[in-house]
Design a protein around this ligand. Structure first.
Ligand code: NAP
Length: 325
């Protein structure tokens, strides 16, 4: 059992920024990273819109630098998964991981969201064998091949553009207009390696060899159903918040997004949240980072207000003093 001041669940930009602030405020902070250190942005190739990187930065480099910055002020990282929490008794809160149990005065929930599945036959079976949810991770394996990208949002078009570095791409979208930003639509349409099949859904992913060979497509307007040969299927149809571990102990909306007030406080006093676990609208690395900072500042104020009730804990190793940003 480890007794700490602040547990941060999740290690995306929200969690990493929160860790920087709580550690720098001299609160012993442990980040439970979850299955993917750095969260979704860590699987993104070119990050062009995180302030402070005029030439852009890769997702893995961005999160590594954020981690190092938090570590400089004493934040610790546990590469583990949270399996269960107990928020029912109020502070201090119990957070169980696969390998440990933490008791923390404050918890900051930043465990993000997970790519949504299509739920069609063949999707699960051929994941990793032609079906992918991560262009950065898997695009390289499709050099010189033909692939399908499913979806019509920013993720689908952004990843389709990236994937043309390796492959010829056919974007399959269920409507006749895109949800993606105009600028991404213009870039995608100017790319000669991208074709489009609109008003169409994937009904099935097929293979007789163990790796994807085709998709069965259905035109939702004409009713036409046909097989379309492809070597891979990249699915970008949105994300679902990772709220399962909370077992309903913190208030969430009907889709599972955690509800917070303006100060990033959940309905449980001492539990704060930020990033995609609560934000269904902006979902940017920079907005998540801002959320994490706000959640950490709220947690800091809350902890300072009850300083006389806090059990003494060893201070984190502080880094050099620097001016506030
Ligand atoms: P999204 O905006 O929710 O788009 C999901 C897309 O998948 C939509 O086009 C949707 O179709 C389609 N879809 C959903 N379920 C489907 C299903 N079962 N079968 C077929 N198609 C399905 O998700 P996103 O593209 O991942 O973007 C999420 C958020 O992140 C957005 O706010 C976006 O702006 C942001 N984002 C920003 C950037 C950037 O700024 N560079 C990059 C990536 C993401 P409909 O359109 O018909 O609903």
């Amino acid at each position: 059992m480890q007794r700490v001041r602040v547990i941060i669940i999740g290690s995306g930009p929200a969690g990493l920024s929160a860790a920087l602030y709580t550690a720098r405020a001299q609160f012993e902070t442990v980040v439970i990273t979850g299955p993917q250190f750095g969260g979704q942005i860590a699987t993104t190739h070119d990050v062009d819109n995180f302030p402070g990187f005029p030439e852009g930065v890769t997702g893995p480099e961005l999160v590594e630098r954020m981690k190092q910055q938090a570590e400089r002020f004493g934040a610790r990282f546990d590469y583990d998964l949270v399996t269960e929490v107990d928020f029912t008794q109020g502070t201090p809160f119990t957070v169980k991981t696969q390998n440990d149990v933490y008791v923390a005065d404050a918890v900051i929930v930043t465990n993000g969201a997970t790519p949504r599945k299509l739920g069609v036959p063949g999707e699960y079976e051929f994941t990793g064998r032609g079906v992918s949810y991560c262009a950065t991770c898997d695009g390289f394996f499709f050099r010189g091949k033909n692939i399908v990208v499913v979806g019509g949002g920013d993720s689908a078009l952004q990843e389709a553009i990236f994937l043309t570095k390796f492959a010829n791409v056919t974007v399959v979208h269920r409507r006749d207009t895109f949800r993606a930003s105009t600028s991404l639509q213009i870039r995608a349409k100017a790319n000669p390696k991208i074709n489009y099949i609109m008003d169409t859904v994937v009904e099935k992913i097929n293979s007789e060899t163990g790796v994807v060979q085709s998709v069965t497509l259905a035109n939702v307007k004409t009713g036409d159903v046909y097989d379309f040969p492809t070597d891979g299927v990249f699915i970008f149809v949105g994300y679902d918040p990772n709220g399962g571990i909370f077992g309903g102990q913190i208030a969430a909306d009907a889709d599972g997004y955690v509800l917070v007030d303006q100060l990033m406080r959940t309905n449980v006093e001492g539990v704060f949240a930020g990033g995609e676990i609560h934000d269904r609208i902006w979902r940017q690395a920079a907005t998540a980072a801002g959320d994490g900072v706000a959640a950490a500042l709220s947690a800091t104020v809350w902890l300072q207000e009850r300083a006389d009730q806090l059990e003494p804990l060893p201070l984190p190793a502080a880094g050099a003093a620097v001016a506030d940003a």
